[in-house]
Design a protein around this ligand. Structure first.
Ligand SMILES: [Zn+2]
Length: 292
């Protein structure tokens, strides 16, 4: 008899686990949305000053962008190393992650609880060259001066915020598998079908000293390994979309598919950069739910 009770309990817990989690998630989002409303203007003023990407979105998308940024920021612990903390910093760093994942359902990069902001280039491990940022099992690391250069467009093709978030996105989907986005995982093999041959051509050459290796706008650093290829391709996709689509049209298309967004859509007059039309919204869903 006891066994029957225990088995029923286990089955009950298993069956109820997902609906209960979803219910809590919905209640949490609703609660956070109320708090977000009072901060929305401030988030808008910070992000609209620095993110060209944000300024191209329509009003509904802008609100979704701000709310996601708010949720992302409040899901992380930010640490400041030799740099003076400001209220803008965690908002702008969170916005970089939100830009990358804007076409996806999962956007919190959940494995990472900690984000470290350092003043400028730093040394890490046994590497001799300085780092602008990196991602490892302890968190996401970014140097603030390089981050700001990236979002202000001062450095061509370079955006360390997007670069590190791209590593983090691959990390949570393929390494820890803690926050898998169905669309991203399904499309990534299709991205690789196009990307791998380009990457291999960049790595292999007949001559010594890199002679004969394929060169393209992604640059030599993208040929370091496939992780770097992915992160650099993300940077160039957003920072130099027009030359990217012109020079590597198939790779551009594959990137737009896997991220489910096309930054060039606004040029063709589309009202959204998101590719999949969102599901019909039900009138009963709460504003918080609709935004996500
Ligand atoms: Zn990298």
């Amino acid at each position: 008899m006891e066994i029957v009770v225990i088995i029923s309990l286990v089955i009950g817990i298993l069956l109820l686990n997902r609906p209960v989690t979803l219910l809590f998630q919905r209640l949490y989002n609703r609660h956070q949305f109320k708090r977000f409303i009072s901060r929305e203007t401030f988030y808008h003023s910070v992000i609209s000053r620095h993110f060209r990407y944000y300024n191209r979105l329509n009003l509904e998308e802008q609100r979704k962008f701000l709310f996601r940024t708010y949720l992302f920021q409040h899901a992380k612990n930010f640490h400041y190393i030799e740099v003076q903390e400001t209220a803008e910093m965690p908002i702008l760093v969170s916005a970089a992650a939100v830009q990358l994942t804007f076409g996806l359902e999962k956007f919190k990069l959940n494995y990472f609880d900690d984000i470290f902001i350092l003043r400028d280039d730093y040394h890490y491990g046994f590497y001799s060259r300085p780092f602008m940022g990196h991602v490892d099992q302890t968190g996401i690391y970014l140097s603030w001066d390089n981050f700001m250069k990236g979002i202000s467009g001062q450095a061509a093709n370079c955006n360390v915020g997007l670069h590190e978030m791209a590593h983090a996105l691959a990390y949570v989907n393929f390494i820890t598998q803690t926050e898998e986005d169905k669309h991203f995982k399904k499309e990534f093999p299709n991205f690789s079908k196009v990307a791998r041959p380009i990457f291999t051509a960049m790595q292999q050459g007949e001559g010594r000293d890199g002679e004969g290796r394929a060169k393209n706008l992604l640059g030599d650093y993208a040929a370091t390994n496939y992780h770097e290829f992915w992160a650099v391709a993300v940077e160039v996709f957003f920072e130099s979309s027009v030359p990217f689509r012109h020079e590597l049209p198939e790779l551009y298309e594959a990137m737009a598919c896997v991220l489910n967004q096309d930054p060039l859509n606004f040029i063709s007059g589309s009202t959204t950069i998101i590719r999949r039309p969102e599901q019909e919204k039900k009138s009963k869903t709460s504003p918080a739910k609709e935004l996500l």
